[in-house]
Design a protein around this ligand. Sequence first.
Ligand code: DAH
Length: 369
Amino acid sequence: MTDLNTLKTDLIAQVEAAPDAAALEAIRISALGKSGQISELLKSLGKMSPDERREQGPLINGLRDAVAGRIAERKAEMEAAELDRRLAAERVDLSLPAPPRRRGSVHPTMQVMDEMVSIFAEMGFSVAEGPDIETDFNNFTALNFPPKHPAREMHDTFFMAADEAGDRKVLRTHTSPVQVRVMRQINEKVPAWVATGQEPPIRVVVPGRTYRCDSDATHTPMFHQMEGLVIDKAVHMGHLKWTLETFISRFFETEGVVSRFRPHHFPFTEPSAEMDVQCDRSGGDIKIGQGTDWLEVVGCGMVHPNVLRNCGLDPEVWQGFAFGFGVDRLGMLKYGMPDLRDMFAGDARWLGHYGFSPFAMPNPATGLS
Ligand code: DAH
């Protein structure tokens, strides 16, 4: 008969000495496995006399419980120790810099529009908007383009299909139709525009997309303009010139930009002019303030009396000036982008190079980030 106490002492000693989970499992199998020492003892109970069994049963079961209990405790201790070890080894170091993340950038045209709006806002202009699909009336007729006049062709217009009445809408060729909307307060259920009063004086700028069937280094079928309109009782060409020159020097953040006014013709202004900015296009880049080239950036003039009349304003009471900037062109000049077509090619590498961080520090000149 095995001495149960000796066996217990021996097994417990083995359990205590087991160096790892595998050794502990080997001890468990040799003691409590199918033909383990304790299992064999339990089997022997069946062959005992009832008296013997009554005496040995509790002893053998007690041995089993003691050994199994100690094995379970050791196992839990080992697992806890292993967890502690892993926690210590795999600790996250919060002081490490975060891995770089891909971040989008602001398209130069949107950046330029924001800069322009903030400069005009400081001069007291508010922002108005209109739809890209415009009526022929707003885009042409109200702006004093005579019907069937070749001036309409001059704009290389994208016409929409005619409706039952034979009217063709157009993809607006300029932002000037929003002048008409502002003056007439036409809404036409198109989510239209913000922030103008009902009556003159009017001082608005109109940023937006415009369309013409044209493509070369300085023309794309879709481009951006910013219209300006000022209507009041004693407005003259001097105000116009001051406004544009002040804008240009703020926009380029220097007094050193050379610009010139050239007489021009627009159906909706009289007199009309265009303003060019001096630049150098001889290298791969475009540079302002040097060179022998000029880039036309804005058309302008005094609002034609016919336009005022078409919009319900009496030209004997109200006058005003208007201008229409090529936004993308201003961006090309300011940020040195030589080809307008690249701006809308959707090449992420180009955007990565010329785009602006959405989280940049505010620009001290404009207050914009
Ligand atoms: N709409 C003209 C164009 O797209 C630009 C323009 C010229 C706008 C003179 C004006 C203006 O408001 O007065 O070429």
